[in-house]
Design a protein around this ligand. Structure first.
Ligand code: HEM
Length: 220
């Protein structure tokens, strides 16, 4: 209030129960979606491209890495580590781009018909995937830094000098493997949930990432 201006009566409440708060989950989610959304109903085309490229490359990197647990010829292990890290670095760049696009464009709102608990679960799973991908990349890099061979993706830079301590390498590789398993479990849940929304609930939420012929900007 400006100095000298008259107070209006009744005074505004100290706690405004009309304003969405985190105690009111659905209203809070609506508020976040409205604030972060650019008034579209689908993700931006750029967000869809980055999403599907990351999905393909993470699965590809899993295929390259599936033999690391077993015995390997030294030359094969060294080359596979380089291949694996190169794909991992492309995933890293896409991950940074994805976070930028998410901050720039937000996310389209979930359908009104979707129950509040499902919206909450969807938000938790999406943020969980972001955290797991970030820690997967970080633990992979720490494994590479401590490996007993030089890992230089695309010959651009080397993660370490190839003289890492075995126990430190195994420690970070163990974390990397644990996070990989957690991410596989969450991806399975994520895929099952999107299939449920696509085939059974048919509420349009999955199409927000599938529909390449319409982006948020076109529909705004
Ligand atoms: C993009 C997602 C990634 C996935 C899904 C992934 C997955 C895996 C898996 C499953 C293993 C084998 C774990 C084991 O059996 O012990 C592994 C090992 C490894 N990863 Fe990754 N990783 C990713 C990213 C990265 C990145 C970004 C780097 C580093 C730049 C990296 C470096 C390594 C190294 C050095 C190993 C150990 C290789 C060895 O045991 O000889 N990873 N990764």
């Amino acid at each position: 209030m400006k100095p000298g201006s008259a107070a209006t009566w009744p005074l505004p409440p100290i706690i405004d129960f009309e304003t969405p708060s985190f105690l009111d989950t659905e209203a809070a989610i609506r508020g976040v979606e409205m604030a972060s959304n650019t008034a579209g109903i689908d993700y931006q085309a750029s967000q869809k491209i980055v999403h599907w490229l990351m999905a393909i490359l993470i699965i590809l990197d899993l295929f390259v890495a599936q033999k690391f647990g077993g015995l390997m010829e030294d030359a094969d292990r060294i080359q596979s580590r380089i291949d694996h890290s190169q794909i991992g670095m492309i995933v890293t760049v896409l991950f940074v781009l994805r976070i930028f696009l998410r901050m720039r464009y937000g996310a389209p709102p979930l359908p009104d018909a979707m129950p509040g608990w499902q919206k909450l679960a969807a938000h938790a799973a999406h943020w969980g995937l972001y955290v797991l991908i970030g820690t997967l990349i970080l633990s992979g890099m720490l494994s590479a830094v401590n490996a007993n061979s030089v890992i230089a993706p695309f010959g651009l830079f080397a993660f370490g000098d190839g003289a890492g301590e075995e126990s430190t390498f195994l420690f970070f590789r163990g974390i990397h493997e644990f996070i990989t398993n957690a991410i596989i479990a969450l991806i399975v849940v994520h895929v099952l949930a999107t299939l449920y929304h696509l085939v059974i609930a048919r509420d349009g939420s999955t199409e927000r990432m599938l529909r390449f012929w319409r982006s948020a900007r076109q529909s705004a």
